[in-house]
Design a protein around this ligand. Sequence first.
Ligand code: CA
Length: 229
Amino acid sequence: MTQPQVLLVEDEPAIAELLRFTMQGAGFATTLAIDVQQARSQIAEALPHVVLLDWMLPDSSGLALLSELRRDPRTAALPVIMLTAKGMEEDKVRGLNEGADDYVTKPFSPKELVARVQALLRRKAPEVGSQALTYGAIMVDAERLQVSVAERPVALDQAEFKLLRFLVAHPERIFSRAQLLDKVWGDHTFIEERTVDVHIMRLRKSLGELSHYVQTVRGVGYKFSASGE
Ligand code: CA
């Protein structure tokens, strides 16, 4: 099922390997880019859940990439943690000014790095975390990949599961189809908007007596709510 994806942008092989080892140990799927150009094309292909971005890269600076990401609506909210060299206080301030969500000083403690990444994801993408989420009589356990409706376990396919997990994490809010594609599937390159309707329909069916939680907002999109329209 969906594992949180972290993009590592780091040109020093030893540090890249330590980052990979640390993040995989914490349950993340990792991809590596060794310069800004690679990072750019990987992000264009699929949005990761979080980026760990080195400051000094061979072709450009991590800071330049960060400000580029912040200017693009598709990546403006992408969680980014900057990796900075020890003692570069000015860098930290500049990084945060450019829109970094957090920074970690190299050499880093693996434990601290994981804690910071998880804290950031809890803040910015709660549906990615591994804790069980509940809303009304629905419980989604992303770690065990289990869903229960009114305390009865229900089996969902992968698309329904991802969709429900997102909705449970963001109740009472209206999302357009395009937003759901972007937020649930990360990128809408490969899925058409009407596919969302199909997944919604199937999810409703799976939710049985609680199908009314998934509400259609005419002309806009969908809302997940336990209360009536
Ligand atoms: Ca570097």
